[in-house]
Design a protein around this ligand. Structure first.
Ligand SMILES: C[S@@+](CC[C@H](N)C(=O)[O-])C[C@H]1O[C@@H](n2cnc3c(N)ncnc32)[C@H](O)[C@@H]1O
Length: 276
């Protein structure tokens, strides 16, 4: 069963991202708000490793110039601008954080690819777009925040044209967290506003139910694991420059991230699906 955290809403998620932005914590992962990817023996800096994850997503989208893409949960716009710039596609990014819409739009203004991107406040579980408006979509670490992931997958299915791709990169849970470990998982979910962490099989089942054909699902958890240690270290160093109460909050977030990241049941899936 998906490990669920109740009371998580788009509002509460948006507020959490606004707060993390205010604390300056959104730079912890080198600019992107997602994990990095490392090969064996690779010591690439976090900024490069997180861009590499974006590139793995882009490769799986089978992009062609001028296609229209939806970035579901676009964060601060870094991945959308990178993909629009490298592939000549047009990207609409949505987020439930007003701060992120402002940050992403400002970043687009200063970027060569900015004219091919737009960022708006919208909930993936209730998308404000017409049927078949996009050639494809991606969702990096955003579904995990949604109380009704099936509704979001059905909505993305509705707005992507037949044959279009959806690429998902997200947390997964390899085994149930039990005993003392359950407190780590619950704390992590509360702190980071995670509504539900699926097993790989649950990811498969939800996609199929929403009308997607699964092309690939790989657990790349060991390739991204270093992100948790590096992210938590960055949080602690940011905390050192904050006032006592903000520092306490960010240090608690760092402790949970580190414990969760070390846990062998913590995995991470990279999924490619096709709209049928
Ligand atoms: C961990 S960040 C990832 C950001 C970005 N995908 C990246 O890779 O840098 C999660 C993002 O999902 C967005 N999100 C969470 N729930 C959402 C929802 N219901 N609708 C739209 N976006 C949502 C958050 O606002 C945030 O931008």
């Amino acid at each position: 069963m998906t490990q669920q955290q109740s009371d998580i809403t788009p509002d509460s998620v948006g507020r959490a991202y606004d707060l993390f932005t205010d604390l300056g914590a959104t730079t912890a992962l080198g600019g992107n708000l997602h994990v990095g990817y490392w090969d064996d023996g690779d010591d690439a800096p976090i900024a490069e490793a997180t861009d590499r994850l974006t590139d793995l997503v882009a490769e799986r989208l089978a992009l062609r110039p001028d296609q229209r893409l939806l970035d579901v949960g676009c964060g601060n716009g870094v991945p959308a601008l990178r993909i629009a710039g490298a592939h000549g596609v047009r990207v609409t990014g949505i987020t439930v954080s007003a701060q992120q819409v402002a940050q992403a739009s400002e970043r687009a203004d200063g970027s060569d690819a900015g004219g091919r991107t737009s960022f708006l406040f919208a909930d993936a579980m209730d998308l404000p777009f017409d049927d078949g408006s996009f050639d494809g979509a991606w969702a990096v670490e955003s579904l995990v925040h949604m109380a009704d992931q099936s509704a979001a997958l059905a909505e993305i299915h509705r707005v992507v044209r037949p044959g279009g791709r959806l690429v998902i990169a997200d947390l997964c849970r390899r085994q149930p967290f039990t005993g003392d470990d359950r407190a780590v998982l619950d704390g992590m979910m509360r702190m980071y506003q995670l509504a539900g962490i699926n097993t790989p099989d649950e990811h498969r089942a939800r996609l199929t139910e929403a009308g997607w054909q699964l092309l690939e699902l790989t657990d790349i958890g060991e390739r991204i694991r270093a992100s948790y240690g590096q992210g938590s270290a960055a949080f602690r160093s940011i905390a050192a420059s904050l006032d006592a109460s903000a520092a306490e909050q960010l240090t608690a977030a760092a402790d949970l991230m580190e414990a969760f990241g070390k846990h062998p049941h913590t995995g991470y899936v990279l999924i490619t699906a096709r709209r049928i």
